[in-house]
Design a protein around this ligand. Structure first.
Ligand SMILES: *[C@@H]1O[C@H](CO)[C@@H](O)[C@H](O)[C@H]1NC(C)=O
Ligand SMILES: *[C@@H]1O[C@H](CO)[C@@H](O)[C@H](O)[C@H]1NC(C)=O
Ligand SMILES: *[C@@H]1O[C@H](CO)[C@@H](O)[C@H](O)[C@H]1NC(C)=O
Ligand SMILES: *[C@@H]1O[C@H](CO)[C@@H](O)[C@H](O)[C@H]1NC(C)=O
Ligand SMILES: *[C@@H]1O[C@H](CO)[C@@H](O)[C@H](O)[C@H]1NC(C)=O
Ligand SMILES: *[C@@H]1O[C@H](CO)[C@@H](O)[C@H](O)[C@H]1NC(C)=O
Ligand SMILES: *[C@@H]1O[C@H](CO)[C@@H](O)[C@H](O)[C@H]1NC(C)=O
Ligand SMILES: [Zn+2]
Length: 874
């Protein structure tokens, strides 16, 4: 929902008292803003009258504003003080580094009006090739790589004075690096656990006669869940009760699958190849394990069994609801008694009490007589009814154990990873495994985030950053709250509630203090039941799986700890939690280009300011808006406001749904599943920009960067454009939707266009999965998007209206941009516009009419929507 009004509106209405000199606003900004037009919010606001553009004089050319562009507005734009020639140029090391970074990433030879993407990111694109180990590469990924280098240093530092938590983290790391031992032990540790599970039928002689008759699905699912943290066939987890944020409750949901999303199981085209590689991978592993168990080769049996497994999983995939049908948490949520659950979903005799009790007994919890569960996966359970008894116990067991084996491959010797290589290649496009130390660093960090976080903070996080970030949060939040007042599509009562909610958002910045407190035992206690061994990486991993499952299950009878950190400190990401109404900015993202006390505020507002706005806006997106200021799912919207919200969302969904991504086989972006991020992106940049202007207007003094002839606003937008993680295609202002400073492999493009809304797997560790409305990943800092405000387009612009960015006339290009070669500017590398893998999105069905694209200037009517963008962070 939004927030700010349209750009135009913003200028005029804004309550801050800037001086109003005519003609100052930056063009660039405007432009962007316009383009960006905020999420829904924007919609309302625009007063047509005002709208039209502000006048931006004085813009120093670079970001495009030609003189002909004297726009229209009578209003007095707020002034942005332009730097005086030299005197406020900052030449501290932090500023010099920032200037160099920006310069290297951009391509100043490009005309920003013709191709802002190349202008902002051309330098970066020319200098980077996606590494063989990566499926995507961007400024954001580079930050993560650098963070891993720091973690490597601290984890490899052997001092003798470590506290137990840190000793364990280092031990875990060493065991992971102990490849000699891992090779030597080969498949033995895996074979040991197959026994615990009752064997993998495909590798057991006469399984049907031996184990088969005693086999119980309920018990098997419980063992998978509690011992190995694999929630297969039926997902059961403990989480905050959506309707009562102070307690936990049992959730039942549809499960994840072996491949990353359901489409791989039945769609044609490149999906078929992935599916074939997946089956081949399964068969290779089964064949290898049979040999290790001294069973005769039997390719017929292996083929037969594994084909059945894939068939079963295909049925399960078909039974799951696609993500776009799951984004409304209010319709997903069904609380019921255990008895109701059993009556409604009998599943041919599946004993729910037995299953749930078996899971809970692993943490010594007994079911209450009136125990309630929340079912998210109603359609899935209904469909499961028809599948559950179609396959034999053997096939079911083959499948369950396959999911365990699949998960454990990474901890085995090299030949198992080799067996997986082709599948990964087809799936992600990567041809080389990540170097070992990176895998290990990332594994240890995601499993022991508090211990690793304490090392990271000591090494790399300036303590005084916390306060500076808190101030930025306050500023962006204040703008959000003020902007709500200006929304025309929300009534007073809803506005008031929204403001209260925004004011009640609690923030977590950097890291939890206790991890640095030597005397505070809490850190060591978190890991007290872990006892790692340097020679047993595989078993150490099992301990982590079990501990992870138990940590989460144990919460059922505990009240919610509002101070708990939902993510570690050494993470380059940011989050919003609807159940807690909380935003989190781990130390890992509080670094340049996002934030530094040593860089101009323009960069901080365009960087972390934007991320802050994005996360706050998540509290009001299609998911967040269902929760009140205390994190309870409760409808606080008036009919009037809710109706407008829906209408606007619909437009945005269509807009994005009409973008296809050529790199992803021309599949369309999923407008439903990206909606929340699109709303957050649009809102985030607008709030941050507005907050920056306000800060300036209130006397804030910023500094220029050396060697760059960019105004403050241009700095804001350049940093925003370069830093923004864009996991997925985003619509850019000019031309086509693009990824900012980053490239994708096509295989990964195909995957990410389906699975979106997610943070990289290595940072996902809560018991949540794709599509789970609480998944922290939902809150990725997907920054902005300067989108084509298609949704605004219903109001067609007068033919003479011009986009402030470039002074183009709408009528002149039939929707294409007239490509106007910049005078004298030859591309430096003709023919090399973008590296292979660079994203290219093209609106497909949506043939832009002059009014559709770039209608940044239009007056938005109340009913019309704001712009949007698509994009996503991995
Ligand atoms: C290892 O850690 C100790 C204690 O934190 C520190 O004094 C030392 O400089 C570190 N060594 C290296 C090589 O980083
Ligand atoms: C929420 O749960 C807590 C703890 O179980 C309970 O005390 C409280 O009454 C519940 N609140 C509501 C509104 O049900
Ligand atoms: C998926 O399920 C539907 C019925 O629910 C069925 O008609 C369809 O054939 C199934 N598709 C596959 C690939 O199994
Ligand atoms: C289900 O399992 C529970 C717990 O083991 C048992 O008490 C109950 O009798 C079982 N119900 C049925 C219908 O078998
Ligand atoms: C940890 O494991 C080792 C053997 O692997 C054992 O000797 C030791 O007692 C265990 N320590 C604890 C605290 O359980
Ligand atoms: C709001 O909408 C609901 C259903 O959409 C309707 O039942 C209710 O009467 C409406 N309330 C008001 C005050 O219009
Ligand atoms: C494309 O846009 C049109 C009109 O805006 C809409 O009806 C259609 O559903 C959209 N397509 C997708 C896939 O969203
Ligand atoms: Zn987000």
């Amino acid at each position: 929902m939004g927030k700010p009004e349209s750009p135009v509106g913003m200028v005029e209405l804004a309550g801050w008292s800037g001086q109003k000199h005519r003609g100052f606003l930056e063009r660039g900004l405007q432009l962007l803003l316009l383009l960006v037009t905020g999420a829904l919010v924007a919609l309302g606001l625009l007063h047509a009258a005002h709208s039209r553009g502000k006048q931006l004089t004085l813009f120093p050319s670079r970001l495009c504003f030609s003189k002909e562009e004297k726009t229209i507005v009578k209003r007095k734009p707020r002034a942005i003080p332009q730097p005086k020639e030299m005197d406020d140029i900052c030449t501290s090391p932090g500023c010099v580094i920032a200037a160099a970074r920006i310069l290297q990433n951009m391509d100043p030879s490009r005309e920003p009006c013709d191709d802002f993407y190349q202008y902002a990111c051309g330098g970066w694109l020319r200098r980077h090739v996606i590494p063989e180990t990566n499926s995507r590469y961007s400024v954001f990924d580079i930050l993560r790589d650098e963070l891993e280098v720091i973690l490597k240093g601290v984890l490899e530092n052997s001092t003798t004075r470590d506290r137990p938590a840190v000793q364990k983290a280092k031990m875990l790391y060493r065991s992971c690096m102990n490849e000699r031992m891992i090779e030597k032990r080969d498949s033995q540790p895996l074979l040991n656990i197959l026994d615990v599970m009752g064997g993998w039928p495909v590798t057991v002689e006469k399984w049907n006669e031996g184990v088969g008759p005693r086999w119980e699905l309920e018990q098997q699912l419980a063992v998978m869940n509690t011992q190995f943290n694999r929630r297969v066939v039926i997902d059961l987890f403990i989480w905050n009760d959506d309707q009562n944020s102070s307690r936990h409750i049992i959730y039942i949901d549809q499960p994840t699958l072996g491949m990353p999303s359901r489409e791989y199981y039945f769609n044609e085209g490149s999906n078929r190849k992935v599916r074939e590689a997946y089956l081949q991978f399964m068969m290779s592993v089964a064949t290898m394990l049979r040999a290790d168990m001294n069973l005769p080769e039997n390719s017929y049996l292996v083929q037969e069994d594994m084909a059945q497994v894939l068939e079963l999983e295909t049925q399960l995939a078909n039974a799951t609801a696609p993500q776009e049908e799951r984004h409304d948490v209010t319709t997903l949520y069904h609380r019921m008694s255990l008895e109701d659950l059993q009556n409604k979903f009998g599943l041919k005799g599946f004993n729910w009490t037995l299953f749930i009790q078996s899971v809970l007994s692993s943490v010594k919890i007994k079911l209450l007589p009136d125990e309630e569960v929340v079912v998210y996966g109603i359609p899935y359970l209904q469909n499961l009814e028809d599948i559950i008894d179609v396959y034999s116990a053997r096939t079911m067991q083959n499948y369950l154990v396959w999911r365990l084996v699949l998960d454990r491959i990474s901890s085995l010797s090299q030949r198992f990873k080799d067996a997986r290589a082709n599948y990964r290649k087809v799936l992600y496009g990567t041809t080389v495994e990540e170097v070992r130390w990176r895998e290990c660093v990332s594994y240890v960090n995601s499993n022991m985030e508090s211990a690793v976080g304490s090392l990271y903070i000591r090494e790399a996080f300036p303590g005084d950053s916390k306060d500076a970030v808190r101030e930025l949060i306050d500023k962006v939040r204040a703008v959000f709250v003020e902007t709500l007042d200006e929304l025309g599509w929300m009534d007073e009562v809803s506005k008031k509630k929204a403001q209260e909610k925004a004011m009640n958002i609690r923030e977590q910045i950097g890291y939890p203090d206790y991890i640095l407190e030597e005397r505070n035992k809490h850190l060591d206690e978190e890991y007290s039941n872990l006892n790692f061994s340097e020679d047993k990486y595989f078993e150490n991993g099992l301990q982590n799986l079990k501990a992870g499952a138990q940590r989460s299950l144990k919460k059922l009878r505990e009240t919610v700890d509002q101070n708990l950190w939902i993510i570690g400190a050494a993470v380059v990401n940011a989050f919003y939690s609807p159940n807690r109404n909380q935003i989190v900015f781990p130390a890992g993202i509080l670094q340049p280009p996002f934030f530094s006390k040593e860089q101009p505020q323009a960069l901080n507002f365009g960087g972390i300011g934007m991320v802050i706005g994005h996360e706050i806006t998540h509290g009001f997106d299609d998911n967040g808006r269902n929760f009140d200021k205390n994190g309870n799912m409760l409808d606080w919207w008036s009919n009037f406001s809710a109706q407008h919200f829906r209408k606007q969302s619909e437009c945005m969904i269509h807009q994005y749904g009409n973008y296809s991504w050529d790199l992803a086989d021309n599949q369309n972006v999923n407008g439903f599943s990206t909606l929340g991020e699109n709303i957050a992106d649009n809102g985030g940049v607008r709030q941050a920009y507005k907050a920056y202007l306000k800060w300036m207007a209130e006397g804030g003094k910023d500094q220029q960067l050396p060697g760059l002839e960019l105004s403050y606003d241009q700095l804001f937008f350049i940093n925003y454009a370069q830093a923004r993680p864009s996991p997925r295609p985003a619509a850019t202002p000019l031309v086509r939707p693009q990824v900012w400073c980053g490239s994708y492999r096509p295989e990964f493009a195909i995957q990410s266009i389906k699975t979106d809304v997610h943070s990289p797997l290595k940072y996902r560790r809560l018991p949540l999965r794709r599509g789970h409305p609480h998944a922290p990943a939902r809150a990725l800092p997907r920054l902005v998007a300067m989108g084509e405000p298609h949704c605004v387009a219903h109001a067609h612009p007068p033919a003479e209206a011009r986009c402030p960015f470039c002074a183009r006339s709408w009528s002149s290009g039939r929707g294409q941009h007239r490509v106007r070669p910049a005078p004298g500017a030859q591309p430096r590398h003709p023919g090399r516009v973008a590296p292979p893998g660079a994203l290219r999105l093209q609106p497909r069905a949506l043939r832009p009419s002059p009014g559709d694209l770039f209608n940044c200037l239009h007056p938005l009517s109340k009913a019309s929507l704001s712009a949007v963008q698509a994009s996503d962070l991995s």
